[in-house]
Design a protein around this ligand. Structure first.
Ligand code: KIV
Ligand code: NA
Length: 265
């Protein structure tokens, strides 16, 4: 695929080709991620944690999301860029949701928006889709509702919540979403949902029975080391490698090893 579109993703699902997705929040990282062949880049509101150091995703603003997203968009050649609508930018009413989605599309150049929730955001989703903006849903552990949940443990283990999640997934498909993220729910439930809809279901902590996987870039690169959920596979230990490299630089400066004769004018 030369350029990934929302249609490409639906085609991938129908062919049984798994979809790869990672977050990115800045130009330099996005350029690497795009060049390495990722299908979808998510400018996640996890930037609130990863980039800004907040404990939750709630504080990040629409302006800050647009700043991150525009940096990512300038870097990419092939990936589809999906941008999270941050907490407080879409919950009041569908008009506010549309205004926020339009700002993201106009000011960042992103290709689609993602929002958390099921039936409670149905009207907002429809309004945004009516404006021609592709929408991705997000169900299960939705971090913008962390104070309602009170814990980051697995969601939808009880029948009632699982039943609601299945209904919400069908609603998101019917409303016209091009995909759904399922976060931290039992693998069997996620598989059942993925099989019940024709749009791609991308999982994080949702098992292998879905249509694709997403991880937070800094977590999978091992830059973070305090966050250790079972679903996280680390492909590098950048925390250690960077600490070693920076320590070496400090030593070289102190010992006057750096710069050497070739490293000056
Ligand atoms: O903000 C984010 O990184 C996300 C993914 C974890 C799905 O929403
Ligand atoms: Na998010």
């Amino acid at each position: 695929y030369k350029r990934i579109t929302v249609k490409t993703l639906v085609d991938m699902k129908s062919k049984g080709e798994k979809i790869s997705m990672l977050t990115a929040y800045d130009y330099t990282m996005a350029k690497i991620v795009d060049g390495a062949g990722i299908d979808v880049i998510l400018v996640g509101d996890s930037a609130s944690n990863v980039m800004a150091g907040h404990e939750t995703t709630l504080p990040i603003t629409l302006d800050q999301m647009i700043y991150h997203a525009s940096s990512v968009v300038r870097a990419i050649e092939r990936s589809l860029v999906v941008v999270d609508l941050p907490f407080g930018s879409y919950q009041s009413d569908p008009k506010e949701a549309l205004r926020s989605a339009i700002r993201i599309m106009k000011e960042s150049g992103g290709h689609a928006v993602k929002m958390e929730g099921g039936k409670e955001v149905k009207e907002s989703i429809k309004r945004i889709l009516n404006a021609g903006i592709p929408v991705m849903g997000h169900l299960g552990l939705t971090p913008q509702s962390i104070y309602k949940f009170g814990t980051y443990t697995v969601r939808a283990k009880e029948d009632q919540e699982a039943k609601q999640l299945k209904e919400d997934a069908l609603m998101l498909e019917k409303a016209g979403c091009f995909g759904i993220v399922l976060e931290k729910i039992p693998a069997a439930l996620a598989k059942e949902v993925a099989e019940s809809v024709s749009i791609p279901v991308i999982g994080i902590g949702a098992g292998a029975g879905v249509d694709g996987q997403v991880l937070v870039l800094h977590d999978m690169l091992g830059m973070t080391h305090e966050f250790n959920p079972r679903f996280l596979r680390r492909y590098m230990n950048l925390y250690e490698e960077m600490t070693t490299a920076i320590g070496q630089y400090v030593d070289d400066v102190k010992s006057e090893d750096f710069p050497n004769d070739e490293e000056q004018y």
